[in-house]
Design a protein around this ligand. Structure first.
Ligand SMILES: *Cc1c(COP(=O)(O)O)cnc(C)c1O
Length: 338
């Protein structure tokens, strides 16, 4: 059996999702009449306590649409120095939105309000004004650390007091909420927009959601079309999203328990280091003595797939298609490499 821990995006749709997809009532979503998409968008708006929501093809497109909708070319945006938007979206903010990017330090998954406030610029005759702050929750590159509700509120208040909008890259928002024991709605109560992925731990084949005010979503809708993300009978995909919201959120705690077991098991293997305290959600980072790509190959030979994210750092992500015996197999593989 291959245990695929490269990402939670490798999850296959559930039987219930496939049945819902086959049975989905469809329309032309570019003409605005796909009832299944409409239903999913209403469900998401309700779930997150926002006025409106929009189905988008990917998390990347959702983030980039949000940046474009909240800014004008020549504005500045503020990102943490470890975030997905900065590292893995191909320079989208520059290429698509034409904005200047400032960064603020991220330590253990969080940025500090004081550091952040110092890097907010007011527009004048010489300076690009900061229009948007993006917060990633859970924070992937620091190990899936969730940012607590209270800290989200402080960051949002600090930004808003300076006229800066706040977007949340919540690709794994429900993992964060689960780990913190709060609702996703509470977690994003103070921000202007939020993106989360249906295609990761929630196990849908495709899709992400963007939520915010009616006005923001109206603008996001136009930008989605501009980027080529207007899709026709996309209710086929939205149907899986509805099943995911109904049935895949409550099981995320299982992924977190398995990630924690995986971390503790690997930490005992010689040649590898794991900060087990940092494992709160479904992501485990392993520091390797050898180059991470070498360990990645050795694991692959043992039917365990991981991702070398940095020169000496491997990422493993638990998800619904990894069970307890998969976790045991992965731990055994690390011990056999030594
Ligand atoms: C995966 C991810 C994205 C982008 O999602 P895609 O659907 O892969 O484009 C954005 N932000 C974070 C933190 C992610 O982990």
């Amino acid at each position: 059996m291959v245990v695929d821990l490269r990402s939670d995006t490798v999850t296959r749709p559930t039987e219930q999702m496939l049945q819902a997809m086959v049975a989905a009532e469809l329309g032309d979503n570019v003409l605005g009449d796909d009832p299944t998409v409409q239903r999913l968008e209403r469900m998401v708006a309700e779930l997150l306590g926002k006025e409106a929501a929009l189905f988008v093809p990917s998390g990347t497109m959702g983030n980039e649409i949000a940046i474009m909708a909240h800014t004008r070319p020549g504005d500045a945006i503020l990102l943490d120095d470890q975030c997905h938007i900065l590292h893995y979206e191909l320079g989208g903010p520059a290429a698509l939105a034409g904005v200047l990017t400032h960064t603020t330090p991220c330590v253990n998954g969080r940025i500090e309000a004081a550091d952040m406030a110092q890097r907010i610029y007011k527009a004048d005759d010489h300076t690009a004004g900061t229009a948007l702050l993006c917060i990633e929750n859970s924070h992937m590159r620091t190990g899936g650390i969730p940012v607590p509700t209270e800290h989200m509120r402080i960051l949002a208040e600090t930004a808003h007091a300076r006229g800066v909008k706040v977007h949340v890259d919540g690709a794994r928002l429900f993992n964060a909420a689960t780990a913190l024991g709060v609702s996703a709605r509470e977690l994003v109560a103070d921000v202007d927009s939020v993106m989360f992925c249906l295609s990761k731990g929630l196990a849908c084949p495709v899709g992400s959601m963007l939520a915010g005010t009616t006005e923001f979503i109206r603008s996001a809708h136009r930008i989605r079309k501009l980027l080529g993300g207007g899709m026709r009978q996309v209710g086929i995909l939205a149907a899986a999203g509805i099943v995911a919201l109904d049935s895949m959120i409550t099981r995320l705690a299982d992924d977190h328990r398995r990630a924690s077991e995986l971390a503790r098991g690997i930490a005992r293997a010689p040649g590898f280091m794991v900060n087990t305290d940092a494992v709160c959600t479904n992501i485990v980072f392993v520091t390797t003595e050898k180059p991470a790509t070498e360990t990645e190959r050795e694991l692959t030979d043992r039917n365990v797939l991981a991702l070398a994210l940095d020169s000496h750092r491997l990422r493993l992500v638990t998800h619904k298609d990894v069970n307890d015996s998969g976790v045991e197999q992965a731990i055994a593989a690390f011990h056999s490499i030594g």
